[in-house]
Ligand binder design. Structure first.
Ligand code: MN
Length: 154
């Protein structure tokens, strides 16, 4: 069981992520307003942070940078979730300090797999994963194509 902080402004996504994580035996906690995310993270002491990128007030990219600079939180793995996967997005997200990237609409299987991997590896093993072409986190679907997600939807 892991403590997982979710930073997401969309209520439906919060419910989806919380339900998924709880179903896998984790303890999720959600923050809607990214201005409160850093304080919430310090208080909750999460094993993993999952953050939306398109957030009002403090963007997901800025939040990732703030977490990486925070003494207490610097080593917490971060998974970014974003609806827009323009070219270069993944590089920007990883450069900010996130270990993994999942595009919306999420594949439930990929979401759960990525959470498991990050909980196992932590933030310290990020360098080898970035360069590993077989890392599933590197597989970005540019469009709403059915390829990977299609077969996994119940
Ligand atoms: Mn959003």
């Amino acid at each position: 069981m892991a403590r997982i902080l979710i930073v997401e402004d969309n209520a439906l996504n919060i419910k989806l992520f919380c339900d998924l994580l709880a179903a896998h035996g984790h303890e999720p906690e959600a923050v809607t307003d990214s201005r409160n995310a850093l304080d919430a993270a310090r208080a909750f002491d999460p094993d993993l942070v999952i953050t939306d990128i398109q957030l009002p007030h403090v963007s997901g990219l800025d939040l990732i940078r703030l977490i990486r600079k925070d003494e207490e939180l610097a080593k917490v793995p971060i998974m970014a979730v974003t609806a827009y996967s323009a070219r270069g997005d993944e590089e920007r997200i990883r450069a900010a300090g996130a270990q993994a990237y999942v595009s919306k609409p999420i594949s439930v299987m990929k979401f759960a797999q990525t959470v498991d991997e990050l909980l196992q590896d932590g933030a310290e093993k990020d360098a080898p994963e970035i360069d590993n072409p077989e890392s599933q986190a590197n597989q970005v679907n540019d469009g709403p194509g059915p390829d990977e997600a299609g077969g996994e939807e119940a």
